[in-house]
Design a protein around this ligand. Structure first.
Ligand code: FAD
Length: 310
């Protein structure tokens, strides 16, 4: 990436969480619809109905879907209960309309930022309903400061529910140790490279070294016959796993974010591999858009083109 692109990416990371900018955009009748146009490439819409509609379309085209109601770091109990109820409604609707669904969530969206017990109470309620409707839940992994708490809640809920999975970030130094432990739990493990800006020494930057770590984590899962979601858009990694004959294994799937490398995911689906689209909806699309632009700065030009030429 150019220096300018990297500077823009850094700025976007700060802008994404700035409450005043967010409020300004939400109240601006000029800016709001323009940015929503750019977001439409990456999110299904603002409402659950739009999420389910897009999920049904993708499912009819042969993809599996993970659905997420966008949000994180919910600060009040009322807002956590609101988010949990939205997920409950999503599980009910997705469970009754789609044959195979995963609902994906950040624990900090439903309680972890208030306290771990609240997050556990909520995920327990969601997992119970999801199990009844044959829906899976996938817990996302957040900043390194939350890793222990997230793993603790996952392990606790896994004692009762096999339909709950967990995400592991290959860029964390600790992940190989964590993975060896996670192999003893029943839930699917989603392997990602990792998306957060952490203090130095906590993570490995994008590199060949990181790709080798990623492959090692997938190896551990495959060799243990453990359900795994290979969540990456990295063609080199996917090609390597194809070479190792992982992609045709019944417990292996490839998962990509909606709107990012749809060509690659389509090719995998046409080659009869299990292909899952991670699809989001919600009024917090602005945060999600900033993340997608920041992690791949050339997307800034794509966003401008979407705004100018919808
Ligand atoms: P990279 O090395 O970042 O990218 C490889 C190539 O993919 C790039 O060269 C480019 O061609 C393409 N690419 C990557 N990103 C983009 C983009 N935004 N736009 C266009 N092209 C792009 N991270 C977490 O920390 N916690 C989570 O819980 C989490 N859940 C995820 C769930 C799913 C299903 C996926 C796919 C990702 C998730 N992530 C999560 C994000 C992940 O950590 C990475 O930041 C993201 O996937 C980009 O890394 P990559 O593996 O695609 O490889």
């Amino acid at each position: 990436f150019t220096n300018e692109e990297l500077l823009a990416a850094d700025a976007l990371k700060s802008i994404a969480r700035d409450q005043q900018i967010k409020k300004y955009i939400q109240q601006s009748s000029d800016l709001y619809p323009l940015l929503l146009r750019a977001a439409n490439r990456f999110v299904s819409g603002e409402t659950r109905e739009e999420g389910i509609k897009k999920a049904l379309e993708l499912s009819a085209r042969g993809y599996m879907v993970s659905l997420e109601y966008i949000g994180e770091n919910t600060k009040t109990i009322d807002d956590c209960v609101y988010a949990k109820n939205e997920f409950l409604a999503l599980i009910k609707e997705a469970g009754s309309q789609l044959t195979e669904t995963t609902v994906s969530l950040d624990l900090s969206h439903i309680g972890l930022s208030v306290d771990s017990d609240l997050a556990y109470k909520h995920i327990d309620e969601l997992a119970r309903e999801a199990k009844r409707l044959n829906v899976s839940i996938m817990i996302s992994m957040e900043e390194a400061a939350k890793t222990d708490k997230i793993l603790d809640v996952y392990k606790k809920v896994s004692e009762y529910y096999r339909n709950v999975g967990i995400t592991i970030q290959a860029y964390l130094e600790r992940s190989v140790t964590d993975m060896k432990e996670l192999l003893h739990y029943p839930g699917k493990v989603r392997v990602v490279k990792g998306a957060y800006q952490e203090t130095e020494g906590v993570t490995i930057p994008r590199s060949q070294n990181l790709n080798e770590r990623y492959l090692h984590l997938v190896d551990l899962l495959v060799q243990a016959n453990h359900a795994v979601s290979i969540a990456t858009h990295d063609e080199t990694l996917i090609r390597e796993m194809h070479k190792r004959d992982y992609l045709s294994l019944p417990h292996v799937e490839v998962e990509m974010l909606y709107g990012i490398r749809p060509d690659l995911l389509k090719q995998l689906k046409e080659d009869h591999f299990k292909a899952r689209v991670y699809l989001t909806y919600g009024t917090e699309w602005y945060l999600y858009l900033c993340h997608r632009l920041a992690e791949y700065p050339p997307n800034i030009y794509v966003a401008i083109a979407d705004i100018v030429n919808p």
